[in-house]
Design a protein around this ligand. Structure first.
Ligand SMILES: [Zn+2]
Length: 396
């Protein structure tokens, strides 16, 4: 017995170190502080996942993305299957090696972008056929093929193949769409090749209808998947409807597993969703806005194209420690953008990613200390207070 116990202890420890699991560390209201353990390392939650669409977070070296505090990236199945192809990435050692990122990667199922980007798509019970938006080549995607692609990529977290129900949808449309997604979730589970430390998440659908969200959650809970996401929000319904839906739909998902809100969002969306129990987010906003001269700051969102910054030698955000804020002025960022210099987009992307990661870290600290309500009040007050007064413009 003693020998068996000795042998078992390290085996148990090794298993704990490698198995995919969610650890709930503290709660404050509905907000949760936690940790997700994966084969590629730990993710502190609530977490924001920068989007690396085509095996790159646009304009950023992966080590610099990690410097901002990111512990996980998102990759897009749709983009990667079209170019350079999942089989090619697998031959080249998988997505982690291909893009030089050794921390966790979550890939979406491809479904959402097939609906939003591809041409001549046809949806049947089997899956979707479509033509590439790049060169018109014909492709097919099904739960089985989506699982195969995400496996070839080597995703740490694979998403079930689903249909993102458009908004608005009638209750009947939302029900039909959700029920097909639940049948696809079962097929996704059957096709998913499980590996230690990897996970498949199921996606709750049901639009804004409480009964449909509940039905979806019950079907997903039966599948006993290691994590869940809330799908079908941030599709044009607006923040209030999104929050109203989150108020009931998050609690329906098992509390001992991570909950991921897909495609969200603005800083105020993140704060509101964390307070409703969400643990993971992804959004193109910080990177896309960075390429469009927008900077997110503690005092709201700024447009660096604006002439008010022309003679401003102060940092973009004096509370931020990123290179854009500690080494360069608003005047320099404004100049780079006006001159169409690549570095302008790089620095603003860097700053926005750092701002998002700082926001998540601040929320984690606030939950740990039981002051999430006060944090949210201060956050909104600072955002609504607006930017610092402009510096006088010198005409010459
Ligand atoms: Zn900064």
């Amino acid at each position: 017995m003693a020998i068996a116990a000795c042998l078992n202890a390290p085996t148990r420890l090794k298993k704990l170190m490698t198995e995919f699991r969610y650890e709930l560390l503290a709660t404050d209201g509905k907000a949760r502080l936690g940790r997700i353990h994966t084969a590629h390392g730990v993710i502190d939650t609530p977490a924001f996942m920068p989007v690396g669409t085509a095996a790159t977070v646009k304009g950023m070296l992966p080590e610099n993305v990690a410097d901002t505090g990111a512990q996980i990236l998102l990759g897009n199945t749709y983009h990667l299957m079209l170019r350079p192809g999942a089989e090619r990435i697998a031959r080249l050692g998988g997505l982690h090696k291909f893009m030089n990122w050794d921390k966790p990667i979550l890939t979406d199922s491809g479904g959402y972008q097939v609906m939003s980007l591809s041409k001549l798509r046809k949806i049947t019970e089997d899956g979707v056929t479509f033509k590439s938006h790049i060169d018109g080549r014909k492709f097919a995607l099904s739960p089985e093929r989506s699982m195969e692609i995400q496996h070839l990529l080597g995703s740490t977290i694979t998403m079930a193949f689903d249909e993102c129900t458009p908004f608005p949808a009638t209750e009947q449309q939302a029900a039909d769409s959700m029920r097909m997604s639940m049948r696809w979730a079962k097929r996704s589970k059957d096709a998913f090749v499980n590996r230690e430390g990897y996970a498949l998440y199921g996606i709750q659908q049901g639009s804004v209808f409480e009964n449909l969200r509940r039905e979806s959650s019950e079907k997903l809970t039966e599948l006993d998947l290691p994590g869940h996401s809330v799908g079908g929000l941030a599709v044009g319904e607006g923040q209030q409807i999104m929050f109203d839906t989150l108020d009931f739909c998050v609690d329906m998902l098992p509390a001992n597993k991570p909950r991921y809100l897909m495609g969200v969002g603005k800083p105020s969306d993140l704060v509101g969703a964390v307070m409703r129990g969400i643990d993971q987010f992804d959004c193109v906003l910080p990177t896309r806005s960075g390429r469009n001269a927008q900077g997110f700051t503690h005092r709201g969102t700024l447009n660096l194209k604006n002439g008010r910054h022309r003679d401003d030698d102060r940092p973009l955000d004096d509370q931020c420690n990123c290179p854009a804020c500690t080494k360069y002025s608003r005047a320099y960022l404004h100049h780079l953008i006006k001159a169409g210099e690549i570095l302008g987009a790089v620095l603003l992307t860097w700053h926005n990613l750092a701002y998002y990661q700082d926001l998540m870290a601040d929320m984690r600290e606030a939950i740990a200390e039981g002051r999430m309500d006060a944090f949210a009040r201060d956050f909104h007050a600072a955002q609504e207070g607006g930017d610092i007064d402009p510096m006088p413009i010198i005409e010459d």
